[in-house]
Design a protein around this ligand. Structure first.
Ligand SMILES: [Zn+2]
Length: 303
């Protein structure tokens, strides 16, 4: 669909299904449905350039178990793409009412992905910082790949609100012990934001690997890395040993007529298959680092 920018008058193409479009010439955003000027479009600062992102990436993969010792000295960056990922920023405001009194509430600004189709493997539950956003500037985005929002903001709000609703309700039930609780929502859509992520490629001994880095705060979210030959040989040897041990146990059990759930043999029998799977994974040439959000417990305060 062709649109005419209400601010600079330029004509530009709007991809299908995009609820908020941005003029590539002047950066003005419009609501596609109504053609209205949409002012609340933000941008998160690129604090990590290509080189800084590459350094963050190498620091993470060098610490991974099984990565070669010379990884940081024998690797070189081979290219990168800066993606601007679309986010929606919401103000969550939920109150649980019991009669006329407020028994619990949740008030927080949150950001969520505005498209399901993004080329960056962002882990589920990744918390984008909502503070420190600037107004959108098309000049900044020219240095990277701009991605359009594809989700309806109203639908996204319902999804984002849902865990907060559960939390408010749970707290209210604990507080009152009563089921006569009503939840009042004053949540609202604040605006569209674009958030920078680097895709950085690097080579090690002729093979190419890639990683994804939050360009605003430097968090590495996903990275491939080579595994040292020693680790791969060790893993395959151990996997072979474990497999033959498992086979031996089964044969012994048949001979002794031991129930598989009894004693030491039973214990080994249940833990060996899992060990073998883990070891087989260790044989592969590539290792994979994925940020685990729950384990690290990233909160807005820390970041
Ligand atoms: Zn324009």
């Amino acid at each position: 669909m062709l649109a005419i920018c209400p601010y600079c008058g330029a004509e530009f193409e709007i991809p299908q299904g995009v609820p908020i479009a941005t003029c590539p010439y002047c950066g003005t955003s419009i609501k596609v449905e109504t053609g209205e000027h949409f002012k609340e479009h933000y941008l998160f600062r690129v604090n990590y350039d290509y080189n800084a992102a590459y350094e963050k990436l190498l620091a993470v993969v060098s610490r991974e178990v099984g990565s070669p010792k010379d990884l940081s000295t024998s690797s070189a960056p081979t290219g990168g793409t800066l993606y601007f990922i679309p986010l929606y920023v919401f103000h969550i405001d939920l109150k649980a009412m019991h009669g006329r009194g407020k028994v619990s509430e949740e008030v927080e600004d949150v950001a969520t992905l505005a498209s399901k189709d993004v080329p960056v493997p962002i882990p589920e539950g990744y918390k984008f910082p909502v503070r420190g956003r600037l107004y959108f500037d098309p000049k900044v985005v020219k240095g990277g790949k701009y991605l359009s929002p594809l989700i309806d903001p109203e639908k996204a709000l319902q999804l984002v609100e849902s865990p907060f609703r559960d939390k408010v309700m749970k707290e209210a039930l604990l507080e009152t012990g009563s089921k006569l609780i009503k939840i009042e929502s004053h949540s609202e859509f604040i605006g569209l934001a674009h958030y920078p992520f680097w895709e950085v490629k690097y080579s090690y001994k002729g093979e190419e690997y890639r990683g994804y880095i939050d360009a605003c705060d430097g968090t590495v979210v996903y990275a491939e890395y080579p595994k040292s030959l020693e680790v791969r040989v060790l893993a395959s040897t151990l996997a072979l040993l474990a497999s033959s041990l498992l086979g031996g146990l089964l044969t012994a059990m048949l001979g002794l007529r031991v129930s598989p759930l009894e004693g030491l043999i039973g214990g080994l029998l249940t833990s060996l298959p899992a060990l073998i799977i883990t070891l087989r994974r260790g044989i592969g040439e590539r290792g994979l680092y994925e940020l685990k959000v729950e384990e690290i417990g990233i909160t807005e305060e820390i970041r």
